[in-house]
Ligand binder design. Structure first.
Ligand SMILES: [Zn+2]
Ligand SMILES: [Zn+2]
Length: 272
């Protein structure tokens, strides 16, 4: 199968319901229309969520509770044409068991993403004292495994992408040996937790020149995930309407990784 044929979904899309979305055009209706034009058949809306029933929300997360995020149910048009719309969320894991989603709330969503690397949230996700690249690397390995233990995630949002520290991402990720990645990905494969392949892994897809992150870095990591038998999903992490369709830029990387249809998350089998 040609890589381009595998690019028929985007399972990480934000709408105007996310506080960090500044594009008033990023409504479910517009996103689904653009997805259809772009040849995508499944879209997962994954706005940021912190369930009010879970203690410890940051002030940024607090308004983005379950009622807020589920407003999307009313916003998705009753007829979505050829595009399947999944009601999802991107919740949060802040370490020490502090998570923005409960098992009860999980059942309200078709697709739950948990990130383990929103390390730009210093003092909330990233502990104040952690600054060295080696310590950030070790923290991510630990957090990845903790997130799996929570048993809440269908997929991991941008796994191991050190948000807020992309200027030294190559260096940070270079401190994680293959056997640590394998330990993480073996468990993800065992639990069928999907590994996200986001355009953010590959600066070239975004037309960015990022000295601290090169395309090869995540090719290494994703090939380890594939060797471990993980399943994958594609993501733009779009926060604007024009971000819909950016997943097509992943084609060369999917080719390089040798991915096939059965390497993708089971939720995508239902799109026939
Ligand atoms: Zn994220
Ligand atoms: Zn996101």
């Amino acid at each position: 199968m040609r890589p381009e044929e595998l690019i028929d979904h985007d399972l990480h899309v934000h709408t105007t319901l996310s506080a960090c979305c500044s594009d008033p055009q990023a409504t479910p209706e517009n996103i689904l229309a653009r997805a259809a034009q772009q040849g995508l058949r499944t879209i997962a809306f994954t706005d940021h969520l912190w369930d009010g029933a879970c203690p410890g929300a940051s002030s940024w997360y607090k308004p983005q509770d379950v009622d807020h995020v589920l407003q999307i149910r009313k916003q998705i048009p009753p007829e979505t044409g050829d595009v399947r719309a999944l009601v999802g969320c991107e919740s949060e894991y802040a370490g020490n068991g502090k998570v923005g989603l409960s098992p009860k709330t999980k059942s309200l969503f078709d697709w739950v993403l948990l990130p383990m690397s929103h390390l730009h949230m210093r003092g909330f996700v990233l502990p104040d004292g952690v600054t060295e690249s080696t310590d950030i690397a070790a923290l991510m390995v630990h957090r990845f495994q903790e997130v799996l233990d929570l048993n809440l995630a269908d997929g991991i949002a941008h796994p191991f992408l050190p948000c807020g520290h992309l200027d030294r991402a190559d260096e940070i990720l270079g401190f994680i040996p293959d056997h640590d990645f394998r330990a993480c990905f073996d468990r993800a494969a065992e639990h069928t937790v999907s590994i996200e392949i986001t355009t953010a892994f590959f600066p070239s897809t975004r037309g960015q020149k990022a000295d601290g992150l090169h395309d090869e870095t995540f090719l290494r990591i994703l090939s380890l995930a594939k060797q471990c038998g993980c399943v994958f999903h594609l993501a733009s992490d779009a926060h604007s309407l024009k971000g819909i369709g950016q997943v097509h830029k992943l084609a060369p990387f999917l080719g390089e990784l040798g991915l096939q249809r059965d390497d993708f998350a089971p939720i995508l089998d239902q799109q026939e």
